[in-house]
Design a protein around this ligand. Structure first.
Ligand SMILES: Cc1ncc(COP(=O)(O)O)c(C=O)c1O
Length: 414
């Protein structure tokens, strides 16, 4: 069992004190690197100042301060923020907001939720229902009904070894038109997609795909939810991936980088008019029957404010954009190594797909994961795909180091 005992900057340390380069930002969270002083200090101060405060029909200054700062970073008009404690909770919250919004406007028949095959939206009931991971769904049968799914955009037959967004596949969005015709728009509440699917193996949206999805949702009054749990906070070289792609959703879910991974937190961003549709008071009444005891937890809010400071001071979103060409060249240098059937990248995200070992899917990449760790690099694998998503503070020489480990590992991998 691999265990980690300490972390600082770009590195983890094992209980025996061995240094390991973190090539996955923990789990797509620690964008400003480990133990960032702004974050650490903020948490320490907050723990002493106020440990907990309820946020049901009440508030505390840091929750508002964080929401205000987040709304300034957000894609246009997404200025209302609901805090949760994880990405999964953010997804549940966004789906419920979508249903509540339509109902409040007299369109209560809009209940169907559309996700995508190979989509990952956490592990709660809403998330697994719109998600497209069979293993996450199979045990829960009927509880995951009321949804439909677009096809995955992953198409190695045409897009293998693409640099940046693949050229082919915008037409995968036409599938939405078919589902809308099948169910009728009056029955569809929302479409939820990851902009770049991380957990199922770095699936990058084809050029023009997201624009088409946006256009169809707008035309049919369907809310578009972007799940930015891993793409938020600079991963693709802009605050949110929506801004990089120039496509604005109606609702957006985030987590992970919101506190640099230091305290669990998630959030849903919503347009003002979506908020206003049902948040009409009176003050003593609950308008939206939803919320978590730890929503807007003071330690999480403090960590969030610290993380935003770290991102700003280090100009880390710009840094990710500047490093992208170096990162791209480095990961694509792995093309041609044994078993490598695709290399893909966007922002500071890389995916290396391996041919599965006959009769043992996932085994080859898992062996690569173990060998890389022994060679001093923490990578992530999903199925037979290696995913790379380092902290945005990574240096060019550390990018080289990461790829050197992978080159050694892949050259020897049976
Ligand atoms: C796109 C996406 N949505 C939701 C989640 C779930 O977040 P959490 O594990 O914080 O519940 C994840 C986790 O990786 C994710 O990648």
């Amino acid at each position: 069992m691999i265990t980690l005992a300490r972390a600082s900057g770009m590195h983890y340390y094992t209980p025996q004190g061995r240094e390991v380069l973190d090539c996955v930002a923990g789990l797509w969270c620690v964008n400003a690197g480990h133990a960032n002083p702004h974050v650490t200090q903020a948490i320490q101060n907050q723990a002493a100042e106020m440990d907990f405060a309820p946020t049901f029909q009440m508030g505390h200054p840091k929750a508002f301060e964080l929401a205000t700062q987040l709304s300034k970073l957000a894609p246009e008009k997404l200025n209302r923020i609901f805090f949760t404690n994880s990405g999964s909770e953010a997804v549940e919250t966004a789906l419920k907001i979508a249903l509540a919004y339509h109902r409040a406007r007299g369109e209560g028949t809009r209940t169907r939720l559309i996700g995508r095959e190979r989509g990952y939206h956490g592990v709660n009931f809403g998330g697994i229902s719109v998600g497209g991971i069979p293993g996450n769904r199979k045990v829960f049968g009927a509880m995951v009904s009321g949804t439909d799914h677009l096809r995955s955009t992953h198409d190695l037959s045409r897009n293998a070894f693409s640099k940046g967004q693949p050229v082919h596949g915008a037409e995968f969005a036409d599938e939405l038109e078919r589902l809308i015709a099948l169910h009728d728009p009056s029955n569809i509440a929302a479409v939820i997609v990851e902009l770049l699917a991380g957990s199922t193996g770095v699936l990058i949206p084809p050029q023009g795909y997201l624009q088409k999805i946006r256009e169809l949702c707008t035309r049919h009054g369907i809310l578009l939810i972007f799940d930015e749990v891993i793409t938020g906070f600079g991963r693709l070289g802009s605050a949110f991936a929506a801004q990089r792609f120039g496509v604005t959703p109606d609702l957006m879910t985030v987590a992970n980088g919101i506190t640099n991974g230091a305290v669990p937190m998630g959030a849903v961003f919503a347009r003002q008019d979506i908020h206003d549709a049902f948040m009409q008071g009176p003050e003593h009444m609950i308008e939206f029957y939803h919320g978590y005891t730890y929503s807007g937890h003071p330690l999480a809010c403090a960590a969030g404010l610290g993380a935003l400071r770290a991102y700003e001071e280090g100009e880390l979103f710009d840094r990710a954009a500047r490093l992208e060409p170096v990162f791209e060249q480095a990961v694509h240098s792995l093309k041609g190594l044994p078993h490598v059937i695709d290399v893909r990248n966007l922002g500071l995200v890389g995916g290396i797909e391996l041919a599965p070992r006959p009769g043992a899917p996932g085994r080859r990449a898992y062996d690569a994961f173990v060998a890389a760790f022994e060679d001093g690099a923490l990578i992530r694998v999903t199925g037979d795909i290696i995913a790379l998503s380092p902290p945005l503070i990574i240096s060019e020489s550390q990018i080289e180091q990461m790829v050197a480990v992978l080159r050694r590992v892949l050259s020897k991998l049976p």
